[in-house]
Design a protein around this ligand. Sequence first.
Ligand code: SIN
Length: 311
Amino acid sequence: MFETFFKNYTFQSPLMNASGVHCMTIEELDEMADSKAGTFVTKSVTRQKRQGNPEPRYYGTPLGSINSMGLPNLGFDYYLDYVSKRQKTVSQPIFFSVASMSMEENIETLKKLEDSDFQGFTELNLSCPNVAGKPQVAYDFDLTENILTEVFSFFTKPLGVKLPPYFDIAHFDQMATILNQFPLAFVNSINSVGNGLIIDPEKEQVVIKPKEGFGGIGGQYIKPVALANVRVFYTRLNPSIQIIGTGGIVSGQDAFEHLLCGASMLQIGTQLYKEGTSVFARILAELEVIMKAKGYTNIEQFRGKLKTIEE
Ligand code: SIN
């Protein structure tokens, strides 16, 4: 019922984690592999291990979360070693997330991945809002085009990009025109809504320490923005570029809406952080109820078929 066709593969479920959540350590990655998720993605790697930003750097609220993790990760070799071994024991391809500190580091990391035995999907994170002094790459259209030109001059494995949210039709069009020039396997929309602020009114204080409290917003707050970005890229990109929908998926209904907008895979961040890996079974159960009530027996019967209001 939940089979999803993604590039040349069939995943048993469209659900997976969003990079950054439940994917830092071998233990967490093993739990992802053993969950009801269709596959999983590793924490975005930098060349060297990083501590990330000072704590507190994540804060949950009833409607979502704010984070400014600052790309803490155990380094490229740690995750490459893990996926090289793990890909032999899982039936579906794994996703490997890369988010470097500079264009040069990105290229170096991707060259190593190209030369490695990794056989899964690479997710190039162009949208981390949390490293002080490093703007989100994908808000710079020329830089994004230059990076992708360089990357596709040597990278032959399936690769997609993780994008920040866009908010203007002109920006949607500009980014889609750039992305359509490249043999991307997928686009993942959206990363957190960058540089929001959540405040504790009792303490009259911000809730996270880095960047004077500014951080990426996730969870229910951002679902409408995520749905719009998924819909935009689904309707503007070459059909060979598939969409991963991320942002505000808390329930089966949220998953259904992302699929209706055209997403093929769905990533869960904040709610996975709050609920643990049992979130995947719960959301699938809720999605099943919705699909059965509507008479759908598979996802392709409604994926991308969002209607507009005519007359
Ligand atoms: C982080 O580590 O700061 C989060 C990564 C991201 O939002 O891309």
